[in-house]
Design a protein around this ligand. Structure first.
Ligand code: CUA
Length: 201
């Protein structure tokens, strides 16, 4: 017995041309309404909930941004950790951090309770700025300088994890932010933690 073959010339079996069942209409409506709720939450979270902060975005040449970051690092350098400068800018300063395959440059040393203008950008490809163990995530995109007003609320030795797959060394792309309290001490100075190395310098 031959298997029945369907071609585009014959209508397919089924009832797809009949109007949708009432239950289907209800479920599609519920899904659509929920989409609208979630969509509305995006701006609402900005005003209430402390999420989706709006930063200052400007276009920037990646090489110029990198040069700016290197100049910033050499100006406020206070130490070194495995080849990377530890940089301590004064309160209120513009702070530059650059993501590059596969490193965060430089290491930042900030003071708890002081406000800074944190600039984020990339030299090469998209990276993800994820401040561990806090729930802070930002896209780091080449050609865009994304600046945020930040005030560290807790002293400690924090890690920046890259959360955007950026290549073969993505998993090694770990940076460091040290937040000291008013006495100049970070709560846990974990000097043996692994910091990513490599990439263009
Ligand atoms: Cu940078 Cu993943």
């Amino acid at each position: 017995m031959l298997t029945k073959v369907h071609t585009g010339l014959q209508s397919v079996p089924g009832v797809w041309w009949k109007p949708a069942h009432k239950a289907e209409k209800i479920w599609v409506s519920i899904a659509f309404a929920w989409c609208i709720v979630l969509f509305a939450m995006m701006p609402l979270w900005h005003w209430k909930g402390g999420q989706n902060p709006s930063g200052v975005r400007t276009r920037v040449d990646p090489k110029a941004y990198y040069a700016r970051t290197v100049a910033f690092a050499s100006r406020y350098k206070v130490g070194e950790d495995r080849g990377l400068p530890i940089v301590q800018p004064p309160a209120g300063a513009d702070v530059y951090l650059v993501g590059l395959t596969f490193q965060w440059y430089p290491i930042l040393k900030l003071e708890q309770g002081k406000e800074y203008m944190l600039h984020l950008s990339s030299l090469d490809v998209n990276h993800g700025f994820s401040l561990y163990p806090l729930n802070v995530n930002f896209a780091v995109v080449p050609s865009f300088d994304y600046a945020l007003r930040v005030t560290p609320t807790a002293a400690g030795d924090f890690r920046i994890i890259c959360n955007e797959f950026c290549g073969i060394g993505h998993h090694t792309m770990v940076g460091r932010v040290i937040v000291v309290d008013s006495t100049g001490r970070s709560v846990a100075d974990n000097s043996t933690a692994i910091i990513g190395h490599g990439g263009a310098q």
